[in-house]
Design a protein around this ligand. Structure first.
Ligand code: BGC
Length: 419
């Protein structure tokens, strides 16, 4: 009997202690969509940095590039009054949440860290609302990239394509060899991601801005957009029959393994090459979508902090500070495939593609050709982005002729703007 009481007392005491400990030990619950091998490895850098400061990590992974799935889960959590401590977010989604007044305020950390000075203005546009810092930028990615298997391309005598026609000719050569020319993941956000570069290749930054920033009806339905959809149709001719629904990292793996020659994808794809121990310019090539050189369609992953109780604010601040530190920005972005979200970090530890990306980001920023990615929510709010996804995906899947697709795009965007 005594033994039993003794045991249960011990158990109760242990439970009380563990509960007390759980309350005392700060932790952050983080919603994100970094579930591929390289993404998880990059996130580990943050988990470890926080662990060193005694901050625990509660993981909320929801797969799906562009964050569509993650945003659905997030809405449910916030609506039920239980937001996570921080959530990965992109562009206009951040501002939409800010408007609802549910986000925290990182001004103290930002002022102490001089964020106003070191974060590029194009990114601050999405990290600040009403003059307050509401999010901390983790990285800068960009979408108008092509990844190529160098061994396969060399064996077929294919030089890096510089123009759209050269790109098409290169893919035709790969296809004729029996290999897959273009590794594609048939999910709307991936098709839209390739479309960022395609649109640029047709009409450059002015056309891109008129279409995706200004949402100008005549531009959206006009001849250049028809040409963009023609190019999208050309691409469709180079994918394998199993592309539908394929995850982006599986498409990257096809290029890594030499099953396919090219992938058109943001530079998170580079993270997968590095994770598979592949070397840029030796095993793989990185180049801008032919015809889009000089322009960078960027997206920046940010951790958005929600309004939480006072007890949790200290962990939010610690997380924000850790993310913005120079050492973290280097350690994370060299694994993730992206570049730092601050301008005062040297490129020494970055690989050849990373060095190129950093230089191009700087130059595009100086020349007014650093543009927000349509596909990654940095050109227009989610309602418009989703309308674009629908039409681009339907067009890629052969449901519209290029002429119809351009008209449908204009129509769908108009409707989304009215909603
Ligand atoms: C994010 C990247 C991520 C990719 C694929 C994009 O929306 O910005 O960080 O790696 O999706 O998951």
């Amino acid at each position: 009997m005594r033994g039993l009481i003794g045991r249960s007392l011990t158990a109760a005491a242990a439970l009380a202690m563990s509960t007390a400990f759980a309350h005392a030990a700060p932790n952050v619950e983080v919603l994100h969509w970094w579930t591929s091998g390289s993404e998880a490895a990059a996130l580990n850098v943050l988990k470890q940095d926080l662990q060193k400061e005694g901050i625990g990590w509660k993981d909320m992974p929801i797969a799906g590039g562009g964050g569509g799935n993650a945003m659905t889960v997030l809405r449910a959590r916030v609506t039920s009054g239980n937001p996570p401590t921080a959530a990965q977010m992109l562009g206009y989604d951040i501002l939409d949440w800010a408007k609802l007044g549910v986000l925290g305020n990182l001004n103290n950390v930002a002022e102490a860290g001089n964020w106003d000075k070191v974060v590029p203005k194009a990114i601050q546009k999405f990290s600040k609302y009403d003059g307050h810092w509401i999010a901390v930028p983790v990285d800068v990615h960009s979408t108008n990239w092509v990844w190529g298997n160098k061994h396969l391309l060399d064996s077929l005598g294919i030089a890096q394509p510089k123009t759209w026609d050269e790109f098409i000719a290169a893919m035709a050569k790969v296809k004729a060899s029996g290999k897959i020319a273009l590794a594609m993941g048939g999910q709307p956000w991936q098709e839209a991601t390739a479309f960022d570069g395609v649109v640029l290749s047709v009409g450059g930054p002015d056309f891109y801005k008129k279409a995706f920033y200004d949402l100008d009806q005549a531009t959206l339905s006009g001849p250049q957009m028809v040409e963009a959809f023609k190019r999208l149709e050309q691409l469709r001719g180079f994918v394998d029959p199993n592309f539908s629904g394929r995850d982006w990292n599986l498409a990257t793996a096809m290029v890594i393994n030499g099953k396919a020659a090219f992938q058109m994808m943001g530079d998170w794809a580079k993270g997968e090459f590095l994770h598979a121990d592949k070397k840029p310019m030796v095993d793989f090539e990185c180049f801008r979508t032919p015809g889009s050189q000089g322009v960078v369609t960027f997206n920046s992953d940010q951790f958005v902090m929600f309004k939480v109780g006072k007890d949790k604010q200290a962990s939010q601040d610690a997380m924000a500070k850790a993310v913005m530190s120079k050492s973290f920005q280097v350690a994370f972005n060299t694994v993730k495939g992206s570049v730092p979200a601050r301008t005062d970090v040297a490129d020494t530890q970055f690989d050849a593609c990373g060095k190129m990306a950093m230089a191009q980001l700087k130059s595009a920023d100086e020349h007014g050709t650093l543009l927000g990615s349509m596909a990654q929510g940095h050109a227009a709010p989610a309602a418009v982005k989703n309308a674009e996804y629908d039409v681009v995906s339907a067009a890629f899947n052969g449901q519209y002729t290029p002429e119809q697709a351009a008209k449908e795009l204009a129509k769908a965007i108009k409707l989304a703007q009215q909603s």
